[in-house]
Design a protein around this ligand. Structure first.
Ligand SMILES: Cc1cc2nc3c(=O)[nH]c(=O)nc-3n(C[C@H](O)[C@H](O)[C@H](O)COP(=O)(O)OP(=O)(O)OC[C@H]3O[C@@H](n4cnc5c(N)ncnc54)[C@H](O)[C@@H]3O)c2cc1C
Length: 602
């Protein structure tokens, strides 16, 4: 069997989400995004989708099979990667959402989110290079000096140079405050950087002429923990007066990891300063590195959430095609003596509906989260602030829920294939393996749940959560008014909002009394958020599809399918929120009623 079902970018559904969830019309009425009118966005996403289908998609399996070659001179990517990346740079796609003053196209984050989905679905490993570059761009746009922007940002925005994010060290993973890389001021405005970073994505490769490392390091006498961390630009090649890469800086990739997935994304051990110190330039202020890094991480967290959506869709497309060509068993209640296509069987239908409805829900969440960022930038005053708060609240949910569900959806796609799913030739297992990293990096999903409970639900004394709950309740009223077809959605959404509201009150009360109690339930609590926000956005899409149908749209097959997937999600998945209440409110004591020795004694 050949590798089947080439990836098709879901442009229509992305546009539907952008219009009905991402407030594209409202955004294009603002001064900042006036150029991103819906017609332009359609042509940009169609073109971007075509590019990913034709250029990144066809080399995804090759990257998985061939992987990378390390030598002391550097890291060789698969032969097909360099020309594909060069085409990406030539087309100018890297700067789609970047600052127009430095060569970017200034499109909204929500539009960029959908483009990013296409890119990752087409080729998850290769997309890590532009992905990390996007984070570096975001960081320098906010915190770089004018000179740093001229020298580095412009080249990152064109994609000629790529960026990296250097946080992790052997002893400093989730706990970035344990970072021990040193930065010593040289008295001439530069710093000498020495230390070892591990797990650095695209820390070394052969696709770009320079690499701009953003490195967390500690100044002499800096306070301990995160308060004593500063951020530095450390270029692979020093930049000449004419802006070109010159002499090699004292930074090297000393090895790369062998991994479960994303085989063509180099995960590098980086050594800084083996020959006396790599030259670095401070970004922002001394000891304020975490603030700058968070600018980078917030955009990266949404992007990693989108990896969950993207890899789910890539796997779903393969599973759907297989379900329509594989014959096994007779159709229940059918007349034919021939074996049926497996898509006829109820359990295979269940798997397909589970996948498709979750992809739509996750896509809508990613778009809504990104659009909230756009509105916080495009509007002024209280409105801007309110959208910024919603974006902050949703970011850990987008990251963790979409990536956890991404693993479940890609695993389900393997299941649809039966035994062939476990065989590499089918191509579907690559998506499952590739998706497994997303719940881990960019802050593990456990850390996201702690962020939600510890920092986010308390925003404006719970006011941000209440505003979002009010928005959800307003949708229930709209559903109630829409008639019988959407009644099950109205009922189950209303119940699920109640669950979310009650568990939020419990977490806030328990958390005030004893943070350990609240944190013991943080992960199931985040799951409730994902289920309910996803269900809310599915409901809004069902309302929008129904109103387009009532207005006489000719796209009936697609629009009717949107209503059905929203109903399926509401009827079969929203009730699961209630099943998690016991886990949220179970408290910490049972977790500690056994000690480590007892856990080992089974
Ligand atoms: C393929 C790959 C690419 C990567 N790319 C990059 C990159 O480009 N740049 C970069 O800087 N890093 C990168 N990383 C590192 C990644 O971000 C870390 O692996 C991740 O943050 C987790 O850190 P850790 O591995 O040290 O796990 P640990 O922090 O040791 O965590 C182990 C477990 O303990 C849990 N845990 C830890 N602390 C707590 C706590 N306080 N409360 C509750 N639970 C806790 C975690 O959730 C996890 O389940 C990459 C990693 C991989 C595998």
């Amino acid at each position: 069997m050949s590798r089947m079902a080439d990836y098709r970018a879901p442009v229509k559904d992305a546009l539907f989400a952008l219009r009905h969830i991402g407030m594209l019309d409202e955004l294009s009425k603002t001064e900042r995004y006036a150029h991103a009118d819906p017609e332009t966005v359609v042509s940009v996403l169609e073109e971007y989708g075509r590019f990913m289908q034709e250029v990144f998609g066809p080399i995804n399996a090759v990257g998985d099979q061939v992987g990378l070659k390390w030598s002391p001179d550097g890291v060789e990517t698969p032969d097909e990667f360099k020309p594909a990346y060069a085409k990406f740079v030539e087309a100018g796609w890297q700067g789609l959402n970047a600052d127009v003053d430095f060569g970017g196209a200034g499109f909204p984050e929500s539009v960029f989110a959908m483009a990013t989905e296409f890119q990752i679905a087409a080729n998850g490993a290769l997309s890590m290079a532009p992905g990390l570059t996007t984070g570096a761009i975001e960081c320098l746009q906010h915190w770089g000096t004018e000179e740093q922007k001229e020298v580095y940002l412009r080249k990152l925005i064109t994609g000629e140079w790529t960026g990296t994010m250097n946080l992790t060290e052997p002893q400093a993973g989730s706990d970035v405050g344990l970072c021990s890389t040193k930065a010593v001021p040289q008295g001439d405005g530069t710093y000498k950087i020495t230390g070892t970073k591990i797990f650095i994505s695209f820390g070394e490769h052969d696709m770009a002429e320079n690499i701009v490392h953003l490195v967390l390091a500690r100044l002499p006498e800096a306070p301990p923990g995160t308060k004593g961390i500063s951020l530095f630009i450390v270029p692979k090649f020093m930049v000449d007066a004419d802006g070109a890469p010159g002499t090699r800086n004292d930074v090297r990739c000393v090895s790369i990891e062998h991994k479960m997935g994303i085989h063509a994304s180099p995960t590098c051990v980086m050594s800084y300063g083996d020959d006396g110190g790599a030259i670095g330039y401070l970004v922002g202020e001394e000891n304020q590195g975490m603030r700058a890094m968070f600018t980078m991480m917030n955009s990266a967290r949404i992007e990693v959430g989108i990896q969950g959506v993207a890899m789910s869709d890539a796997a779903y497309q393969k599973a759907l095609a297989y379900a329509q060509e594989r014959r096994q068993g007779r159709e229940i209640g059918g007349d034919s003596k021939e074996p049926a296509f497996i898509i006829a069987h109820p359990d295979v239908r269940r798997m397909l509906l589970f996948m498709r409805s979750h992809i739509e829900a996750m896509r809508a969440l990613a778009v809504y989260n990104a659009a909230a960022i756009d509105l916080s930038r495009a509007l002024d005053g209280d409105e801007a602030e309110a959208w910024g708060e919603i974006a902050e609240l949703l970011t850990p949910i987008t990251k963790a829920w979409c990536t956890d569900v991404g693993v479940e959806v890609t695993s389900t796609a393997v299941q649809v294939f039966g035994g062939m799913g476990y065989i590499e030739e089918s191509g579907v297992s690559q998506h499952f393996r590739d998706s497994r990293i997303a719940p881990i990096y960019e802050g593990t999903n456990g850390i996201q749940a702690m962020d939600l409970v510890g920092r986010k639900i308390g925003l404006r004394m719970g006011g941000v959560v209440n505003d979002l709950l009010d928005r959800m309740t307003a949708t229930v009223a709209e559903l109630d008014a829409a008639g019988d077809e959407l009644a099950s959605i109205a009922r189950n959404l209303s119940d699920a909002i109640e669950v979310l509201s009650e568990t939020t009150s419990w977490i806030m009360t328990a958390g005030l009394a004893d943070p350990k109690e609240a944190l013991a339930g943080a992960t199931p609590y985040l799951r409730i958020w994902g289920i309910v926000v996803g269900g809310w956005l599915m409901a809004r899409q069902a309302l929008a599809a129904r109103s387009e149908l009532d207005a006489g749209s000719s796209d009936t097959a697609y629009l009717e399918s949107k209503v059905v997937t929203a109903r399926y999600y509401a009827e079969q998945h929203l009730p699961q929120a209630g099943g998690l209440v016991a886990a949220v409110q179970g408290g910490a004591s049972v977790l500690y009623d056994v000690d480590a020795a007892q856990l080992a004694s089974l």
